[in-house]
Design a protein. Sequence first.
Length: 241
Amino acid sequence: MMNRKMRIVIVAPCMLAVMAVVSTAWATDSGDIANLFYDTATGNVRVSAKEAAGAKITSFQFENAAGTFIPGNYVGPTGGTFGGFFKNVTTKVIADSDFTFVGFSGNHNFGNIFPAGMDLAQLDAYLKTAVYTGALGTGQKDIDLLLLPGVPDANGDEVVDAADYIILKQNFGMPSGATWSQGNFSDGLDGVGTVDWDDLQILMAEFGTRSVGGVPAVPEPGSVMLLMFGAAALLRRRRAA
């Protein structure tokens, strides 16, 4: 295994700007390194470019020795040369590069490409390589590893449903200081305690999931329709802002 200096921090629901740390090597999240967010319940991987140089990622490479990535779940970034000749997606390697150097910004959801059930120490040991490049000329960096705290169950009733969406909708646009119970499920993703599009995407992805054991619930048809129309309305608000 490569001797990587991997920054490992955990994203707790009540956190705002400062993140709790489970690695003695690093006191806080670096603030200038891109973040990989891992959902231990599903194996989902999201990468945030917001702290990368130029606030974008132009190439990335993840490797594991066991050969247990799940290529069929991979959803890669698009644009430039992403998805073309330089794409390499196997059970051992997930990598791609954009040689137009536009890259991707914001947060990208790669899908449930890692095995589920790992804690931070296991995730660090599992990834033989986890690197990225930001803006042109800034060099390759080790990515920060973070855990998402769980499914977006705002009201604590152990299922992600219409009640959680209503809470998020009531607080949508809250500019700072929002907590987990107010719909801020992406504190580590945006770092400013807002309730915004990132949070809605997380809720939509987990809608119908139980927070205990991750066992899927069966959403009521009315709840699904509420989510669909409500999400469309919030999207219109976002575009109009």
